[in-house]
Design a binder for this molecule. Structure first.
Ligand SMILES: [Zn+2]
Length: 203
């Protein structure tokens, strides 16, 4: 994996515990992925080259009244399947080959604030006030889970981790430290210019 999956994301925050972290305990369910918080409409990029194996509905108000409709894309990156979920828009099709950094879609908004009530799960009621938008990322060793009786909207209703589900945190943390600035020709452009300025203007 080499590309940070959110375009123009300066913070690159990877939640390691608490809301949005991998396998977060949500009382009756566990979080299957990592949530990267980003404004609605943020462009989502392919982590690596791969092939789109699936496109589908991630959340829908028909399943949960406090949900908006969002989509997911599964890309096979070598031996790892990555589910990019909670997208408001999808820009790729099943079977398509994607290059690293290819635009996959846009971050959507899952929660419908007006439909959150006292019957909604506690973690949803807590999030509801802020109504954050995010990219929900799931990593799988083999086949990704998209439909299962214990799986709903990125959560797993059981304490035992499903087979093949991976923790994306180490990979994302590594990417976070990687610079993503596009390569420029030597001796030209603002990158070397900036360096020169800093070198001559130092104390
Ligand atoms: Zn999530």
């Amino acid at each position: 994996m080499k590309i940070w999956p959110l375009k123009d994301d300066r913070k690159r925050a990877v939640p390691r515990s608490g809301p949005g972290s991998f396998w977060e305990d949500r009382v009756d369910r566990r979080h299957c992925g990592v949530d990267l918080y980003a404004p609605c409409g943020t462009v989502v990029l392919a982590l690596e080259k791969g092939v789109v194996t699936r496109v589908g509905i991630a959340t829908s108000p028909r399943k949960n009244r406090y949900w908006n409709t969002t989509r997911y894309v599964v890309v096979r990156h070598g031996t790892v399947f990555v589910k990019y979920a909670e997208l408001g828009r999808v820009d790729v099709r099943k079977g398509e080959n994607v290059a690293p950094g290819r635009e996959i879609g846009e971050v959507g908004l899952v929660l419908n604030k007006n439909k959150i009530d006292s019957h909604s799960p506690l973690y949803i009621r807590k999030l509801g006030g802020r109504n954050p938008s995010m990219l929900h990322l799931e990593f799988f060793r083999e086949k990704p889970i998209t439909r299962h009786r214990l799986y709903l909207g990125g959560n797993w209703f059981g304490a035992k981790k499903p087979e093949g589900l991976l923790d994306p945190t180490p990979i994302l943390s590594k990417l976070k430290r990687k610079k993503s600035a596009p390569r420029r020709k030597r001796g030209k452009g603002p990158v070397s210019g900036d360096l020169r300025m800093r070198a001559s203007g130092g104390r």
